[in-house]
Ligand binder design. Sequence first.
Ligand SMILES: CC(C)(COP(=O)(O)OP(=O)(O)OC[C@H]1O[C@@H](n2cnc3c(N)ncnc32)[C@H](O[C@H]2O[C@H](COP(=O)(O)OP(=O)(O)OP(=O)(O)O)[C@@H](O)[C@H]2O)[C@@H]1O)[C@@H](O)C(=O)NCCC(=O)NCCS
Ligand SMILES: Nc1ncnc2[nH]cnc12
Length: 286
Amino acid sequence: MSPLSARLVRSPEDDPCPREAVIARIAARALRLELETYPKPGLVSHVDAGSHTDMDAGTFRASTAAVAPFFRALVGAGAAGAAMPALRRIGLDAEVAMRVATGGVNTHRGAIFGLGLLCAAAGALPRPAAGALGGFVRERYGAAILDGPVLLHAAGARVRRRHGVGGAPAEAAAGFPSVYRIGLPALRRGRAAQPCDEEAARVETCLALIAHVEDTNLLHRGGPDGLAFARDEAARFIGEGGVAQPDWRDRAEALHRAFVARRLSPGGSADLLAMTVFVDAIEAAP
Ligand SMILES: CC(C)(COP(=O)(O)OP(=O)(O)OC[C@H]1O[C@@H](n2cnc3c(N)ncnc32)[C@H](O[C@H]2O[C@H](COP(=O)(O)OP(=O)(O)OP(=O)(O)O)[C@@H](O)[C@H]2O)[C@@H]1O)[C@@H](O)C(=O)NCCC(=O)NCCS
Ligand SMILES: Nc1ncnc2[nH]cnc12
């Protein structure tokens, strides 16, 4: 662990900054709620492992527990005005902790990056108005994100080069437009359609994101055809009424099975679902 992370990672009992601890807990809760959302096409949930053979709900729970202290460190770094290289060091330490906790499996790399940047923004902004967290990431860190080192042999970087898509760095540098333009409106639409079922609202959000996002995980596993299949099917689900349909759960489960049959897994959309839940909680707070 880098000295910066070691200084900033604290146990909740001796935490002198309750607001920072609360924000970090909200980030970890967002990861748990993402996991506890079913059906999410091809993705791991508390019900099954979707298109994955190397991870399940237990792997995600262990990963969430391991990375949570680093969210606290990122909130603190944001509050202290840290620049991108400092955040990056904490993010890389979090990736190491994730891999130790999961036996080397990549559960939350995208979430550490995106949710981590939003945590830093929440640390920097005492009372974030609607849209403020994404705007802060764009203004403060956007250029550094795009100029940052590229991990040439990472699957994501390879896929981004081959297919000319921006992936996680472009999404963050632009201030998370998928969260604000797609995720949050879908969460509110889902709540209006199913006022007593928060899980339904998260399913609506997840499907709306899959229909929109250029997800490098879908490209990695399914190529352009896999990405197009996933986006078209998710768009059809949303276009036909989403979770406002009486049989929405059956339809979403059928979609889940179709993704699993093709080994498709929209991991980037899952991360953006967690980020949407986080932004909704932080920016809505009084
Ligand atoms: C900045 C990086 C994180 C960029 O990494 P990379 O070069 O790999 O770029 P991307 O592929 O674009 O993104 C990385 C992960 O982000 C998720 N993602 C994918 N598409 C999008 C998108 N359009 N918008 C936002 N986010 C996106 C996705 O993560 C999720 O999927 C992973 C699990 O997938 P799985 O199917 O298991 O796939 P693999 O393990 O890859 O292999 P197989 O099993 O299929 O064989 C999981 O991580 C989810 O979270 C992308 O994977 C990085 O380069 C970096 O610099 N990190 C340093 C840390 C840092 O700077 N931190 C800043 C402050 S915290
Ligand atoms: N629930 C999930 N299943 C598979 N990949 C993911 N990446 C982030 N969340 C995920």
